[in-house]
Ligand binder design. Structure first.
Ligand code: MN
Length: 272
């Protein structure tokens, strides 16, 4: 089994090392990770400059780009291997609810999914005093299950692990993406030269209560696994939007002039 590992906390992150070590029990592990922290890099792809990769170990590389760049390079030919699995993490800090769209960790797994490689992202719901034991264990378990069962098409697994000893974790549940409440999270300060600057994310987010959600599971002490896909279409809204009137037929080349637009509207209503 050829396994590719990346993250958004960067090549020096402890979670990356833990994940690589854990999954090395299942096959050959390759690591391609950003050369510095790229948390909240989203699904960003670097197209406006060249990317450099540096070999830092027999199967370890850093790239001066985003997590998505790392996966794209590794899967599309920089490493001459066909990967059976991509694992991204173990991220410091949960990636739940609406936050998954900001997440570089989740986006690395998305990129792998787009390129046809089964993938999961794994995060631990803490930034300090982190115990990686449970996360490492569930990563191995998931890798084995994915190897055995495969994944549904266009689907990646987003795993969030409470920061507890394995014996304190209540189990594993399959969840839905939760919803966050966005409050006042811009912090304004003044620099030594009297100029204002801002920090995004001053407060811990609050969440909409939902029993099925990733957030509810992790808060209750369960490991949460959410199947995600890249189709952002809202199926519930399709029907409503299709009821809207889009009077495109009233427009023609002459519409640049407001008077002719009025005429077009008049013509259209008389034709109705
Ligand atoms: Mn991160």
């Amino acid at each position: 089994m050829n396994i590719l590992i990346s993250n958004d906390d960067g090549i020096h992150a402890r979670g990356l090392r833990v994940l690589a070590e854990a999954l090395s029990s299942l096959g050959e592990v390759w690591v391609v990770a950003p050369d510095r922290e790229r948390s909240a890099a989203s699904h960003s792809l670097t197209l406006n400059r060249p990317l450099r990769a540096t070999k830092v170990g027999p199967t370890w590389y850093t790239v001066d780009g985003t997590p998505t760049d790392c996966i794209a390079l590794a899967v599309m030919g920089m490493i001459k291997r066909k990967f059976d699995l991509v694992a991204s993490g173990i991220n410091l800090g949960a990636n739940m609810g609406d936050d998954v769209t900001y997440s570089g960790t989740v986006s690395a797994a998305f990129e792998a999914t787009l390129l046809g490689v089964p993938a999961f992202a794994i995060s631990i719901a803490a930034h300090r005093r982190v115990d990686f034991t449970a996360a490492a264990r569930v990563a191995v378990l998931l890798a084995e299950l994915i190897a055995k069962n495969g994944l549904p098409t266009n689907t990646l697994l987003n795993v969030n692990v409470p920061n507890r000893r394995p014996s304190q974790i209540k189990g594993i549940v399959i969840t839905q993406q939760g919803r966050r409440h966005y409050g006042e999270i811009i912090v304004r300060k003044v620099d030594p030269r009297g100029k204002a600057y801002y920090w995004i994310g001053g407060k811990e987010p609050s969440w909409e209560p939902s029993e099925e959600s990733d957030y509810a599971a992790v808060t209750a002490g369960f490991i949460s696994i959410t199947p995600l896909h890249l189709d952002l279409t809202n199926p519930a809204a399709l029907k409503e939007l299709r009821r809207w009137q889009f009077p495109w037929d009233a427009y023609d080349e002459a519409d640049a002039h407001p008077r002719s637009r009025r005429r077009a509207r008049r013509n259209r209503s008389s034709a109705d």
